[in-house]
Design a protein around this ligand. Structure first.
Ligand SMILES: C[S@@+](CC[C@H](N)C(=O)[O-])C[C@H]1O[C@@H](n2cnc3c(N)ncnc32)[C@H](O)[C@@H]1O
Length: 237
């Protein structure tokens, strides 16, 4: 990309991903979900160059979620939009198991039919996004990303000038990038980063979850704790 980005003063994002991959020890059912069901549902990296061929049926559109947590939002979007090929990414094993639990019955981890239009990516979302063609994604979701509130960790935030370029590259013109955050530092950061980039129309956020957005676990926690989420809709120019 050739456009000039007046990036805030932040170091490049680290190649490795910070944050937890493992939480509570996994129960036998969860081990089976990761060993038997996840490989069947994993988005095939070799199809990254032709992503519509990475699903059971060829989808009309491709939507991508970064860091789905427990998967409530991915699952709801997938059910509400059956023609869309949905790539749901998460690295945290307990989160992957939460979504897999909804998709695969007990004792049928290796055999249950899997949805055609939902695929999981259990590694850093940036790896797959980098491998996908320019203008190949119709919508991207970043719901309540890890806030990394300390200034010295700002480079770890997903909303980072480098990642904004990466997201801009894969989104089609007119495609939407939805971002939500409840963290005041991150909220100000999103405004700063998105105010300084040339790729997206970036109107101010709203304070009520818009129609067509689905709740997430982090959103519920934030509201219960009295924090005000903000919801942004950025449109690729
Ligand atoms: C604060 S949680 C929010 C989870 C969920 N979106 C929600 O709203 O409940 C952020 C999640 O993003 C995941 N994550 C962070 N960076 C990621 C990346 N580059 N690729 C995939 N997942 C990522 C983390 O593992 C974590 O589970």
């Amino acid at each position: 990309m050739t456009e000039d980005v007046r990036a805030p003063d932040v170091k490049p994002p680290p190649e490795r991903l910070y944050g937890r991959q493992r939480g509570h020890p996994l129960r036998p059912r969860q081990e089976r979900l990761l060993e038997e069901a996840l490989p069947r549902l994993r988005f095939p990296l070799e199809k990254a160059g032709t992503p519509k061929l990475g699903f059971g049926k060829e989808p009309a559109q491709i939507w991508f979620e970064v860091g789905f947590g427990g998967g409530e939002h991915s699952y709801a979007q997938h059910n509400a939009h059956p023609d869309v090929g949905y790539i749901a990414s998460e690295v945290f094993h307990n989160g992957l198991c939460s979504l897999l639990t909804r998709l695969v019955p007990v004792e049928e981890e290796a055999t249950a039919p899997i949805p055609d239009m939902l695929r999981l990516w259990d590694d850093d979302a940036r790896i797959l996004l980098k491998a996908m063609p320019e203008a190949s994604v119709d919508r991207l979701f970043l719901m309540f990303p890890d806030p990394w509130p300390k200034a010295k960790h700002a480079k770890r935030r997903f909303v980072h000038p480098h990642n904004v370029e990466l997201v801009a590259r894969v989104l089609k013109p007119g495609a939407v990038w939805r971002v939500a955050s409840d963290d005041p530092t991150y909220q100000a950061w999103v405004e700063e980063v998105m105010g300084a980039q040339p790729y997206f129309d970036a109107p101010p956020p709203v304070t009520e979850r818009p129609q067509g957005w689905f709740p997430t676990r982090y959103e519920a926690k934030a509201i219960a704790a009295g924090r005000q989420p903000l919801y942004w809709t950025f449109t690729r120019r």
